[in-house]
Ligand binder design. Sequence first.
Ligand code: ATP
Length: 452
Amino acid sequence: MSRTDVLEKLVSLSKRRGFIFQSSEIYGGTGSVWDYGPLGVELKKNLKDRWWHAMVRSRDDVEGLDAAILMHPRTWEASGHVAGFTDPLVDCKACKGRFRADKLEDARCPRKPSRQPGQHADCELTEPRNFNLMFKTFMGPVEESAATVYLRPETAQGIFVNFLNVQQARRQKVPFGIAQIGKAFRNEITPGNFIFRTREFEQMEMQFFVDPGQPAGGRTDMEWFEYWKAARMEWHLALGLERERLHFHQHGPQELAHYARAAFDIQFDFGGTLGFQEIEGVHHRSDFDLSRHQEYSGKKLEYVDQVANRRYVPFVIETSVGADRTTLAVLANGYREEAVPGEPDGRTVLGLIPALAPVKAGIFPLTKKDGQPEMATRIAEALRPLFPVEYDDSGSIGKRYRRQDEIGTPFCVTVDGESAASDSVTVRHRDSLQQERVGVDALVGWIAARVR
Ligand code: ATP
């Protein structure tokens, strides 16, 4: 199977098996908004937990935060979003389609999907005009412009405005970081490709504050930038994403924001027409954000280095990754269809690493007699408080394996004719199809060692 049709297969698998549903589907769906079903919510939660663990829990130089979605409207003036968070929009007068002028090559002409907008004889594209991507709403009972607030288009600003709160409350010294996971909203002109580009999504962002002048924590600002670039790539590789499907894309002079010292995207190859696309940005943002908030709020946002007797506005190294886009990368990376001797339909496998898999083990009785269901139920009940497991006694054992393969369950535990006498089960590995016998007493430790 080529990678071209993987997205289509994932949309169908996601709905069928309860990973991801279209939002408000019974009303015809909401444009590019998706709901995570029972397995999707586990998968995305596992992904977010891994990020939180790597970025916050396992470090003493990064603090966690959960800032509100609604912020003072001046925040977005200071950040530059009110004036400049725009995409160039073109309309087609012929088909009434709307497209991003800078991404025409990624869009399809609704009349002739093999061409991009503007390439069909009837296309009538307007001149590009700027369209602000922020969703507006009103705070309080009066719908007037003075009450306008925005749904945050990124989580980062909640970190910047809390810089001193966190630093002082936690007595952190530069260099240190603040991390958070949360929803962001962008009124994208051309959302699409399933959960790749949506109007409501989750970001996992970390801002690392460094000394602008001197090495701190053993590294200069640029060395910290290189450190985070490498660390973030390692994190994606540890998710199981194939090395050949990941690379860095450096922002050239056209892409680089005027205040940025350097910027790289980590791109993943989604295959097909999507190809390599950004899943994370690692940016050296200089002192732009804190200086702007200092200017707009009138409040000092300086760090006081009491040892060196200096005060300064730190530079910021940002790592910003989409939870949904990375979930899609993990799904696209893991999806495969395999031939199985004697089975014309073969099998569909989601090759997720055990730590990400929504269900860690399927628990089956081989038959419905000889006390096998009772023993399998006891095992499932003992494991369930520790890991998500699924008891299944319906259909042939082959069918039950296939159901688990398709949702990425790494292990299937079967209670068989030998189990009662030997107090053991067979454990079948999803990828190698190898089976091994494990004592019931050792099962918890056996699974725990492989799913963490
Ligand atoms: P793009 O160029 O794809 O629009 P961006 O450069 O605007 O992305 P950033 O502002 O750097 O993206 O956001 C950081 C991360 O947030 C992205 O790498 C991506 O994973 C995620 N992200 C951004 N916009 C969306 C969206 N509309 N839907 C899903 N994820 C998104």
